[in-house]
Design a protein around this ligand. Sequence first.
Ligand code: NAD
Ligand code: UGA
Length: 435
Amino acid sequence: MRLVVVGCGYVGLVSGACLAELGHDVVCVDTDAARIEALNAGAVPIFEPGLEQMVGRMLHAGRLSFASAIPQLGNDIDAVFIAVGTPPSKNGFGADLTYVYAVAREIADRAGQKLLVVTKSTVPVGTGDMIERIIRERRPDLDLHVASNPEFLREGSALRDFMEPDRIVLGCNLAAPLKTLQAIYDPITRFGVPILATDRKAAELIKYAANAFLAVKITFINEIADLCEAIGTDVNDVANGVGLDRRIGRAFLQAGPGYGGSCFPKDTAALIATAQDWAVNLRLVETTIATNEARKRSMARRVISAMGGNVFGKTVAILGLTFKPNTDDMRDAPSIGLVSALQHAGAKIKVYDPEGMEHARTMLAGVDYAINAYDCAEHADCIVVMTEWEEFASLNAAQLADLVRTRLVVDMRNALDPEQLRAAGFTVSAIGRPA
Ligand code: NAD
Ligand code: UGA
């Protein structure tokens, strides 16, 4: 099938490459001309495991191409996917749909006689209606369908999440466009992945409800972690025991410094905005947002108190900056608030991240950038692990002990082996674990 994907960020690029891998002919469009030039040369501007290789393969196979403007959308185009950003709105309330609506207008101006528009961006309930209205106003003659097809991939495992999803949600009630969408995903669904066909509004809401539920789950285990620390037991054991109940599941019960990233914080806030528009209270989600924000803020206090209550002039080595491992994405990463709070308290900050350093340089002022984890730990008064990159788990505790000024580790992700660290003379403060 012939597809156009508008937006070449994490979602657009992964979706475009994967749809090509499934056998379709895909043109990916982005207004960022430098990004398009790089992509056409096979250089992928984001770090996502396996993506550069897949893009290279698909370019070579001739099934994927990149353009800096939406091409003329002839009747041979089976679907146009919208995958541009929906950041928090500037007035701080709900999602900013400027990019989505701009794309809708551009699509209308380039369409032939018929068109299926598919929203992959995360958009509030009713956005599909608005897209339809915008396009119809400009092109009343057009045989138009607008469907919602929310994306559930995670950064760091995006290719697998796209190719082997738990479900594909298609918000589209009409037989003809639904058939096209089913055909697009047939190479995935023929192996048993369920398709859920719903109306458009349900599909839009499913995406926000899923993200909000995951945010609630993480926040719940974080609070249980606090209780474990007070009691003197291990949150991992509790999470294992709770998670073995198939009604609950072990996933997303990893205690940490609070969730971050470009999606949970913005999507939970946007869901609240939608609920308020409909005069409905989502108190559980509101509490989750507030609890998570307070938790992220409290992490600096945790470090300061582990360091004896005063960090003025002391050096804190932070291992891991990205909001999760296997990505270079720093958007809304818990490390950002921690760095600035510790700087405010007078600490000197040294940082290292396997993939996030380039973005960190544009976001963190006044920190020293190390070339690896050992370099970061040198002369530090405390090592803080903020992201559970695999390479940190295999750090040599004895080597670290020789490098640091003070043998103290605050492990916000339970990524290091506390026994090995203690054997090397470290004091360890870990989330939800006995001191
Ligand atoms: P992103 O910011 O990484 O990328 C968005 C891209 O759209 C940018 O490259 C931008 O230049 C481009 N763009 C903006 N206006 C454009 C226009 N008029 N024409 C063409 N391109 C344009 O965003 P993202 O992280 O890929 O997220 C996109 C959407 O998908 C959001 O709604 C997000 O909530 C949702 N989502 C994201 C993830 C994720 O893991 N990042 C997962 C699921 C859903
Ligand atoms: C999340 C969802 O998992 C995806 O399904 C969704 O498509 C995406 O948001 C989106 O809508 O953009 P992502 O933000 O890429 O994906 O990464 P997650 O693995 O969900 O992690 C988000 C945050 O939660 C990270 O800061 C992570 O460290 C934290 N987290 C996650 C925990 O603290 N504990 C856990 O058990 C899981």
